[in-house]
Design a protein around this ligand. Structure first.
Ligand code: 13P
Ligand code: SF4
Length: 332
């Protein structure tokens, strides 16, 4: 028998009382799934807060790399995902492509000792492990600037994967030179060398969208996520990670209009008035939207029946090096 959303929510709450589980939900989840989260937040908050959590099972509503990060930081916890949905950006680079990128830098005269790799948290655990093994670390959009500032103190070239936009935006903010592998420039001439990955959702925002809102509502503010193209970030009033956007918008006077360039579910629950989605196309993340209340219910049922589905496993060596890369970030 098909249960409606209210019935599903009641059953989910019953399982949450009965089992040693904590439901974790990223801000981009559908509203009805987000409401079920015991811990909610952006990727950095979720990584930190689940680490301190005591439940046997973490039921993670988000995308695959986030569940992997929880497993890496807390190998003794059982991490279960209602849907093992894959962030499109994270699938753009695997371990082999990471090695090819390092080789490209070597061919332009940069030796491994002079490369400090940084991977955005939106990457597979295999890539995080490679980065950790080479002395590098993970960053999120909340702390990328701080991580890059620290990394530059070592006097090395930064290989930034997978998001070319985040890498270039931070370089622009800090007045550093950046390039994208394969753009025809010599990597040796840049401080930050970016892999050519991107988020298709955050590529939806255009200069035309910004011009449209500025013309329609003179005085409107434009706030965007740093996964947007550098031309969009340069033309905006504020650039910030998910949690930084939430704070920026919460601190605005009630009558201040703002158009926001990030994922739809999140923008939609920011403020009831004077908040607009900076796009004529609905910027929904297809993979974040894959998880439904029914999936959450099914996964809790499978835990209750003693045969949890969709459990995340990471092999010992990968776990060790990926943890080193994540811990270097958390130490900062
Ligand atoms: P946050 O690190 O801001 O949570 O972003 C994750 C993400 O996937 C953005 O598209
Ligand atoms: Fe990945 Fe983009 Fe979705 Fe974020 S919004 S999870 S970067 S595909």
């Amino acid at each position: 028998m098909q249960l409606n959303n209210e019935e599903l929510k009641n059953k989910i709450n019953e399982y949450k009382k009965k089992l040693s589980v904590t439901v974790v939900a990223h801000f981009y989840q559908r509203d009805e799934v987000f409401e079920m989260g015991d811990i909610t937040g952006d990727s950095l908050e979720l990584a930190i807060r689940t680490k301190a959590n005591k439940s046997e099972f973490i039921v993670f509503c988000g995308v695959g790399f986030m569940g992997q990060s929880v497993k890496v930081l807390s190998p003794n916890k059982r991490v279960i995902m209602p849907k093992v949905a894959c962030c499109a950006m994270a699938t753009m680079i695997d371990g082999k492509q990471f090695d090819v990128s390092v080789k490209t830098l070597n061919e332009s005269g940069i030796s491994n000792e002079n490369i400090l790799p940084i991977t955005y948290i939106n990457s597979d655990v295999e890539v995080k492990a490679k980065v950790g093994e080479m002395g590098g670390m993970v960053c999120t959009s909340s702390n990328a600037k701080k991580i890059i500032t620290t990394a530059l103190d070592e006097g090395k070239k930064i290989l930034f994967v997978p998001d070319r936009c985040l890498g270039q935006n931070i370089a622009n903010q800090m007045g550093l030179k950046s390039c994208v592998i394969g753009d025809g420039t010599n990597p040796a001439d840049s401080d930050i060398i970016c892999f050519n990955g991107f988020c298709s959702v955050h590529q939806l925002f255009t200069i035309d969208d910004i011009n449209f809102y500025r013309k329609k509502f003179p005085g409107i503010l434009i706030a965007v996520h740093p996964e947007c193209d550098p031309t969009i970030c340069d033309a905006s009033d504020f650039v910030g990670s998910t949690s930084q956007l939430i704070k920026y918008i919460a601190d605005l006077p009630e009558d201040q209009k703002v158009a926001v360039g990030t994922e739809f579910n999140m923008v939609n629950r920011l403020r009831s008035k004077n908040t607009y989605v900076l796009s004529s196309t609905k910027p929904e993340c297809p993979t974040m939207n894959e998880t439904t209340l029914q999936d959450l219910y099914d996964i809790l049922k499978s835990i209750d029946e003693g045969e949890p589905l969709n459990e995340i496993f990471v092999d010992e060596n990968t776990q060790k090096w990926a943890k080193i890369a994540l811990d270097r970030m958390l130490a900062l």
